[in-house]
Ligand binder design. Structure first.
Ligand code: ZN
Ligand code: ZN
Length: 303
């Protein structure tokens, strides 16, 4: 299971009701901070996120509503005597911005900070280990921008109840859980993986903000458990969405529908909207399983 906590769903300027973009995705070992708008550190405190678990930060693009919280967060990590290394992924230029802020504020970090510049024009695996695979999703925006696809890898297989008896050795059970058939000495199958175990399903989460309507992302996000897609405007401002390289709620829903995702979360709302009922209704008219991303809400992804 992956756990998503929404920290901010606003766009451009913060309003009282909504902080700018930020989210935390967690598994049992690590947390991933996705975008870091102004005020993200306050949101992390408010929602009791353990920051030592955050070892990777992903910045989609260099518009301020997605990264202005970064220098404050790094400074606070330092004041809290963080020693855990941290890797930041973001478009080219982020390294220079942060380095110059640290330099002129005379800040010397006590932890190892690594920047990895991402190429926002291609889908590329940027993190891969036994637990997770993280891939960039190229988006279309006014400046280089990408989303991120998080795929939790399935764990060992589960033994099907009643299929194991006292004749199985511990070693045989271990092999089955690891997905290997148990073989006789002549290499014929003694116990097959298929009949004795079932696979854990993986969990997939796609984060897509900010972007113009872009059907090219559909194959990459096909059948994800949860899709977060920006929905800056309602349909009456579809023209404004086009010129600012943003999407409407209905366009987000069209992407969700075509990609056959399980659930859609919409966010990155223009500050002109206070009440979001109509935004939600517009999206739901195309893709029923849609929710408004709400700050502080947690979403379980996969099983
Ligand atoms: Zn934005
Ligand atoms: Zn933007």
């Amino acid at each position: 299971v992956l756990n998503l906590t929404i920290l901010g769903t606003g766009s451009a300027t913060p309003i009282l009701l909504r902080n700018p973009s930020a989210q935390v995705l967690s598994n049992e070992y690590e947390s991933y901070l996705i975008d870091c708008g102004e005020g993200t550190q306050n949101q992390l405190i408010k929602y009791k996120i353990k920051t030592n678990k955050i070892k990777h930060i992903f910045i989609s693009h260099l518009h301020g509503d997605h990264f202005f919280g970064l220098i404050g967060l790094l400074s606070s990590f330092n004041l809290a005597h963080r020693t855990e290394p941290l890797t930041i992924f973001g478009p080219k230029g982020l390294d220079d911005i942060i380095t110059i802020q640290l330099k002129y504020s005379g800040t010397f970090l006590h932890f190892k900070l690594t920047f990895t510049a991402i190429n926002t024009t291609i889908d590329e695996v940027i993190v891969e280990n036994e637990i997770i695979k993280i891939t960039t999703i190229p988006l279309i925006h006014r400046i280089p921008c990408c989303g991120f696809l998080f795929e939790k890898k399935p764990k060992n297989r589960n033994i099907i109840k009643g299929k194991i008896n006292e004749h199985f050795s511990i070693e045989e059970i271990k092999q089955l859980k690891e997905g290997k058939n148990v073989l006789h000495e002549d290499l014929s199958i003694k116990y097959s993986v298929e009949t004795h175990t079932k696979a854990h399903s993986s969990a997939k989460y796609a984060y897509c903000s900010d972007t113009a309507f872009n059907e090219q992302i559909i194959p990459q996000i096909e059948k994800v458990d949860l899709l977060y897609h920006e929905a800056t405007f309602k349909e009456d401002l579809i023209g404004r969405a086009a010129v600012t390289f943003h999407s409407t709620a209905m366009q987000a829903a069209k992407i969700a529908k075509s990609a056959n995702v399980n659930k859609l979360l919409i966010g990155h709302f223009s500050s002109r909207y206070i009440d979001l009922d109509e935004n939600l209704a517009e999206a739901k008219s195309i893709f029923t399983n849609t929710e408004i991303a709400i700050e502080g809400n947690q979403y379980e992804i996969g099983n």
